[in-house]
Ligand binder design. Structure first.
Ligand code: FES
Length: 107
């Protein structure tokens, strides 16, 4: 099973065994990772699942789609290069070890 590692604002690390095909948001919510809320249920319309993907994984997770781009521009407190809505990132075997930072506050 691929592992996804979530790093909280306090530096606390949550390493979760993720199911291939699940989103990075759903994996976090199901396992009680603090700071990822997923209010809209994964429809790319709330931005409460914003994460910063660590630089080395940015090429692997791909580019945000148009709807996600708009929401990232409008709704996240601090957009960075690795900003993604974690509901739009699917776990694949290649993403084993994917590491994301969780923002201190979600909108
Ligand atoms: Fe709402 Fe990702 S869960 S945008």
């Amino acid at each position: 099973m691929p592992k996804v590692i979530y790093i909280g604002d306090d530096g606390q690390e949550h390493a979760i065994d993720a199911a291939v095909g699940d989103s990075v948001m759903a994996t976090a919510v199901r396992n009680g990772v603090p700071g990822i809320i997923g209010e809209c249920g994964g429809n790319a319309s709330c931005a409460t699942c914003h994460v910063w993907v660590r630089e080395e994984f940015v090429p692997l997770v791909g580019e945000p789609g148009d709807m996600e781009e708009d929401l990232l521009d409008l709704a996240v407190s601090e957009r960075r290069d690795g900003s993604r809505l974690s509901c739009q990132v699917r776990v694949t075997p290649e993403l084993d070890g994917l590491t994301v930072d969780v923002p201190p506050e979600q909108p």
